[in-house]
Ligand binder design. Structure first.
Ligand code: ZN
Length: 119
């Protein structure tokens, strides 16, 4: 089992830092249920490179402010690991959010979104 490591901070702080540093593309923020995030760009480990899939082969386990990644089934050598992001954002129903966080993976019949609240 792999821990998702990084600095625990507030969403506001993490987003402000991300914007200030002008990092393109990847963000490494994992939302905690208490409203804070784990910022994998600070003291993070390889878990931050896990990509999203709507039919993931790993699950995320939340345990008192820490996140662990565990496999859901046997993984073949060289097989890429995926988790379901279930991102929480302010306005998941907006057109912009739907477009930005849409998922184009091949898992048919799934939600095709990285958002937790997408219909
Ligand atoms: Zn997908």
């Amino acid at each position: 089992m792999l821990e998702y490591k990084g600095e625990v901070t507030s969403w506001r702080n993490a987003v402000r830092r991300h914007q200030r540093e002008g990092v393109e593309g990847h963000t490494f923020l994992f939302g905690l249920s208490d409203g804070r995030v784990i910022d994998g760009s600070r003291d993070g480990n390889s878990a931050r490179w896990l990509n999203h899939a709507c039919a993931p082969n790993c699950e995320t386990i939340k345990d008192e402010g820490r996140i662990f990644i565990d496999t859901l089934r046997a993984i073949e050598p060289g097989e890429e690991l995926f988790i379901e992001y279930l991102l929480a954002i302010d306005d998941p129903a907006s057109e912009e959010a739907r477009t930005q966080y849409a998922c184009r993976c091949a898992a048919s019949g799934r939600r095709q979104s990285m958002l937790a609240d997408a219909a």
